[in-house]
Ligand binder design. Sequence first.
Ligand SMILES: [Zn+2]
Length: 378
Amino acid sequence: MTSPRFSFTLHATDGKARTGTIAMQRGEIRTPAFMPVGTAATVKAMKPEAVRATGADIILGNTYHLMLRPGAERVARLGGLHKFMNWPRPILTDSGGYQVMSLSELRKLTEKGVEFRSHLDGSKHMLTPERSMEIQRLLGSDIVMAFDECPRADRPKDEIASSMELSMRWAKRSREGFDSGEEHAARAALFGIQQGALHEDLRRISAEKLIDIGFDGYAVGGLAVGEGQEAMFATLDFAPDMLPEDRPRYLMGVGKPDDLVGAVERGIDMFDCVLPTRSGRNGQAFTWNGPLNLRNARFAEDTGPLDDRCACPVCTTYSRAYIHHLVKSGEMLGAMLVTEHNLSFYQALMQGMRDAIAAGRFASFASDFRRDYLHAKA
Ligand SMILES: [Zn+2]
């Protein structure tokens, strides 16, 4: 029996929280899922087999970075992103739209797309919905994201509205571009992205337009762009409900452990964020009792593990004192160990949420989590 192109099966719901499985040809994705970010064809400081050992079913790759270096055509000639980086499981690629707006220079936005200069060497590029679909196809992406524009949430409402309308026209062109790649389209999935910032009426219009086009999954975009957790949760109180129940819902670019719990509580199934890896390189460890800054002198002679509730290879082997020393000395092993622990912690948090939803005890899981994580002494 061949694996399906894409299927999503819900196993249990508890309040708005859901747990299920996405099945794809390269493997299954347990939801709620956290996707480590592999920006430049690497989850920084981690070998792919170690990423898998943390419990990750899927990773994210960045179209913007990969199109500039090493280039999508080159990755395709080398056999695709999975082979190139030795990650045989599903990969989701973003569309490049968000990073063009946040990283590149001299952008020119038109109906056609975005013209920009590379932040690496100043070279000129054009990203359109069609080119974004082509790049994600060349990379061999399993879950392709529609090309959109993500404005800051604090822009005036009329700007947010016209940006959302543009993104919806681009979503239609993304659908057509994706479908034109017949062989790839037969084994990959395409997600649409809801926009509309914090506005309920715009979010509803966006959802309706996306559903009309039809996607395998739906992302809530345009959040985690500086609006703060309270405003994000207020939007998540209504935005996911507008998206089809029988499709996965993906909150892009989120977030802190307490963001993940609050978003799952509001019906989100998938996440990605650089936080566990970036923090790992900065000596910040996430634990069930809140984040720890390993640079702090109080860890200099602490023989305990990063987290005494964590079963990861770092916590069963190395002391806070040793990791403090590595981080203080700028040793790369410090970044590697804290990253590995952080990704393990994030996956353990997702597993904890999946188990709690399946057992119908998500509310108590969430309140226990908040008691320990948010009320811990930093
Ligand atoms: Zn650990």
